[in-house]
Design a protein around this ligand. Sequence first.
Ligand code: HEM
Length: 384
Amino acid sequence: MADYNPFAENTLNNPASAYGYLLTEKPVHHFADYDPPFYTLTRHADLEAALRDIELFSSEFGQGPRFTPPGGMLSDPPQHTFFRRLVQQAFTPGAIRALAARIEALAEELLDAVEGREGFDIHDDYGFPLPVVIIAELLGAPGEDIAQFKKWSDSSVEAMGASDPTPWLADLEAMGNYVLRQAQARREMASPPDDLITRLVQAESDGARLADDDIQSVIRQLLVGGNETTTSLITNVVWRLLERRELWERVVADPSLVDRAIEESLRYDPPVLGLFRNTTRDVTLHGVRIPEGSKVMMHYAAANRDPAVFEDPDTFSLDRPSRRHLAFGLGVHFCLGSELARMEARTALTALVKRFPDLRLENSGSRIKPFFLWGRRRLPVRRG
Ligand code: HEM
């Protein structure tokens, strides 16, 4: 095949079409046509090793292809450990369980709204609002800001993937200012609400309050990390089940398959195709020298199709027992919201198959834009 270009139209529309080539012929791929040029790792074993070697493959310069300054959890230990511990308290198994009833009620509410319609859109009407509302409530942000949140988090991911982020800077600044206003309001309250923004405002590092930049960075990461990814998981799983309708019918007949469907969707269509690290010294892998200071993409999605780990990797199967996919990353940066995302997707899919067993795919819609993410931007469906 012609050499891999992550920004080519055919790759964007069908990223998996390149995985076989990368896994077998170019396990360390160099992409020169980007500023800065970057490398891509795809084999499962290579990703496992690299993601555990955080001294060599550092997160200090951001998760995107450009070099960005460290902030919050976008950093290496010890800074990373400090922020991770702080935010983790909001994501304990107990805290996630406590959200279950709210997520179920929200899923039902969203389905009530489309009940009388012949057709609707899984993205706009279901997959998008569910996680945005939940993350906004977790943070302690008022309901009326939700449409704004969505816009800001979309702008953040687009800026992250672009070599020139200028078109999105105004949105990023507006989001940063919003976070600071929320933080300031809590500082002035005698008894601020028990939410994540308050926790960040009250936290101390080396006896000092957190810097505004760090508070902004953590909130931005939660908004971005928790929104579009979970939306994509919901749209992607519904897409694949309806695309091969016998799979949808199996889940309708046996809703205990919902978890399998979600894990397989995470493997087959991971919402985050890959994220970046920065090498702290020269390293040679499979005969290719990666110089110090290079951006390296950890291609989670390609590793999820590695035949060394997954049998018949290009088939979406409800009968696959393994959960060794890398959709949530691995190691110290393993996704903090993985159980929340799974619970939201499980609740959404369970409610959908129960309420609309007769659902059909209208067409495959279109993909979301950023090259390192993968999800449906539209997924029109109809009843009957
Ligand atoms: C299906 C949904 C999701 C997917 C596919 C996903 C994917 C990922 C991946 C691949 C990473 C690893 C980052 C790296 O390697 O540098 C990550 C980290 C992270 N995720 Fe998620 N995520 C999802 C949902 C969520 C949710 C719902 C939240 C929070 C509400 C969240 C918050 C985070 C945070 C804070 C990190 C950074 C952890 C750290 O650096 O220690 N994610 N996520």
